[in-house]
Design a protein around this ligand. Structure first.
Ligand code: WT7
Length: 638
């Protein structure tokens, strides 16, 4: 068997789970045996306390994750496709890159990085579209021990600038532009704006994709292709991998929380490698030769873990798609599945709901018979979408895995294992081995037994968890480990049914989940408040048919003589500039005041209910400073 640690029956799952709880160190040390280490894990496998927090897995062991993702497959599977790349335009030729070729590209680009002065530990910001060079850039950083920080191509110059500063990044890898559906996104222009006034970035490497005109600054900007050509001409097709400690940082990925400023979640190389591989192999029940298609963008954690590191460390074939599900038409996913005989499809409920809107016609005459396993991630999946996916895509013969996890987790924490453990629509079901969930009430008291609900925490470390938030460990502590003593708090609410299966009900903090992407309400409010005419604002989520949650903004606006609809557009433009188009409110309502308590706290509960369309049961409003404002807001609801 290719993966001796692949769980094949429900009983095996129960045994593995039990062992992982009784003796976590032995459990993970056994799994770690199946990787290539320069120096194997030995002695103390785990050091931890959630107080500081301090989490160390396999410390002292040495490895390079790229030797596990590339080199170790070369001898037997060098010609196996590592990446199948499908471009945005269905008429453009796809690219199929074998492990051998990918290894070569990564080694060459690692030389390019070194030639340009990148050293172990340097932070490299990557702002690219979904082309194979993005995966190559990531792996080349890992090869030489540089810490990558990928920023999703939808973020604004301001957001990039903040992230560059926070990580003290000295290098950037970008593209001239990116194709996304009908749009061309001018990535390098955005980087140029982000770099105005920046003093730390020394070099920008620009990869050609759309070949729109770009400004290339002498001494700072270089072309990817020219740099690669030089290395190739010198015959530098190999580079020795940097030996890393298991606890050396591998990457930073920024994510939103309940405060105004995104946090740089730090993952380390040993634990992250073991966990993404283990979860990939078990949740999706991957078999060699299968084609795995994760539709996420590599700019998010799902792409890091289940397009790049998880599949490649398992020697899998990972399909990477540049475009969007609905362009040039709503049959795009189905065409790709048909064309490449995809076996595993991993996508988001929001994509399923949006495709549902086109009916089943786009699926007609598409051969989806290669599909064996379906997955979802990013947000709770409603039963209607689950059944549509099951019937029309899986034709009722593909197990569906509903995978719950977070950027901070590195990999999937709660999910059924495809075809091995039971599924239940809208339930993530059971924790993976090594994951110890616990529900607590407001006071942090454990909610025991079944048929209960509470705030979801994890009481024991797993190898893929975050180690810190970059440059500010205290922030990591207060965000995740201070709400409840000795617990990692997820920010989600959950219920546990009569069988002990978990259903994630959504965030319990001021964080929205829009189309499977996390956005902090405070972050959106800060952006809105930057508009010169805005006095104050309050942002809440409301149920949205496709996005899961939409963004509803209540705004006190004092702009003189501006027409209301134009003022609202100005606000949208401001948010786009400050964060990016993904954070644009779906609805903006101008109000003369916000419901506040006598101590000045905004009563979001009331605003949320109004945004959800509730008019009657708004709960106790007697503590409000000015109850009249609630009637006005109700009348003006959009
Ligand atoms: C939040 C994490 C890592 C996955 C991509 C999003 C929500 C994620 C599920 C699911 C219900 C889910 C949670 C979580 N979420 N997966 N299967 N069922 N909710 O990563 O941006 O870090 O967001 O997404 O609310 O806290 P993220």
């Amino acid at each position: 068997m290719p993966y001796p640690y692949q769980i094949k029956t429900y009983d095996q799952y129960k045994q593995a789970y039990q062992k992982s709880v009784e003796d976590p160190e032995a459990f993970w040390a056994d799994i770690a045996e199946h990787f290539y280490w320069r120096k194997k894990p030995s002695g103390k496998i785990l050091n931890w306390n959630f107080k500081e927090p301090k989490i160390e897995w396999f410390k002292g062991a040495k490895l390079n994750i790229t030797e596990n993702c590339l080199d170790r497959h070369l001898e037997k599977n060098g010609n196996t496709p590592a990446i199948i790349w499908e471009p945005n335009d269905p008429d453009e030729k796809p690219r199929i890159i074998s492990y051998k070729k990918l290894h070569e590209h990564v080694c060459r680009f690692a030389h390019v990085l070194k030639n340009n002065g990148v050293q172990k530990g340097d932070r490299v910001c990557i702002y690219m579209g979904m082309i194979p060079e993005l995966a190559i850039a990531i792996l080349a950083c890992a090869r030489i021990g540089a810490i990558h920080s990928v920023v999703f191509g939808g973020f604004s110059a301001q957001s990039i600038s903040d992230r560059l500063m926070d990580a003290q990044a000295t290098f950037i890898i970008t593209c001239d532009g990116a194709y996304r559906g009908a749009k061309d996104i001018p990535l390098k222009n955005v980087i140029d704006d982000a770099l105005i006034g920046n003093k730390t970035v020394k070099r920008v490497i620009v990869c050609t994709r759309t070949r729109i005109p770009v400004s290339m600054i002498k001494g700072r900007d270089v072309w990817w292709e020219e740099e690669m050509k030089r290395v190739e001409e010198q015959g530098l097709n190999f580079i020795e991998a940097e030996e890393m400690d298991a606890e050396d940082p591998l990457f930073i990925l920024y994510t939103s929380g309940s405060t105004g400023k995104p946090k740089g979640v730090v993952h380390t190389s040993g634990g992250y490698m073991v966990y993404t591989n283990y979860s990939f192999v078990n949740v999706f029940q991957y078999q060699p030769g299968q084609v795995h298609f994760c539709t996420a963008d590599i700019g998010w954690i799902t792409g890091h873990s289940y397009i790049v590191y998880g599949p490649l460390s398992a020697g899998a074939t990972s399909l990477m798609f540049e475009g969007v599900p609905t362009w040039p038409d709503a049959g795009r996913f189905w065409n790709i599945i048909d064309k490449f005989k995809v076996n595993i499809l991993y996508t988001a409920p929001t994509a399923i709901r949006s495709l549902m809107g086109f009916g089943t016609a786009p699926l007609d005459r598409k051969d989806l018979s290669s599909l064996q396993i379906l997955g979802t991630v990013g947000e709770p999946i409603n039963e209607e979408a689950w059944h549509w996916y099951d019937e029309n895509v899986g034709k009722k013969h593909c197990p569906i895995v509903d995978t719950w996890w977070q950027t901070e987790n590195g990999g999937i924490l709660i999910s059924n294992l495809a075809g091995v453990t039971p599924a239940k629509p809208s339930y993530a079901t059971l924790p993976l081995p090594g994951v110890q969930p616990i529900l607590v009430d407001e006071n942090g008291k454990e909610v025991e037994g079944n048929n209960v609900s509470g705030n979801l925490c994890i009481k024991f470390p797993w190898p893929g968890m975050l180690r810190t938030t970059y440059g500010d460990h205290e922030r990591c502590r207060t965000n995740y480990f201070a709400t409840y003593e000795n617990l990692y708090f997820t920010g989600d609410g959950a219920l546990r049914d009569e069988n002990g299966f978990y259903r994630i009900t959504g965030r319990v903090d001021d964080v929205l989940n829009v189309s499977g992407h996390r956005i902090g309400t405070a972050e959106v409010e800060n952006a809105i408040n930057m508009h010169a005419g805005v006095v104050e604002s309050a942002v809440v989520g409301y149920p949205h048919d496709i996005k899961g949650q939409g963004i509803y903004a209540y705004v006190i606006f004092k702009g003189e003589g501006i027409e209301e609809s134009l003022a609202k557009k100005d606000i949208l433009q401001t948010v786009t500039r400050v964060i990016g188009a993904i954070a644009k409110p779906d609805k903006i309502q101008f109000v003369s005041g916000l419901p506040k308590t006598r101590s000045g706290k905004i009563m979001r509960r009331i605003l949320r209910k109004i945004a959800e369309g509730e008019t009657q049961n708004l709960g106790d409003t007697s503590t409000l400073l000015d109850p009249g404002v609630v009637d006005e807001i109700k009348k003006g609801k959009i």
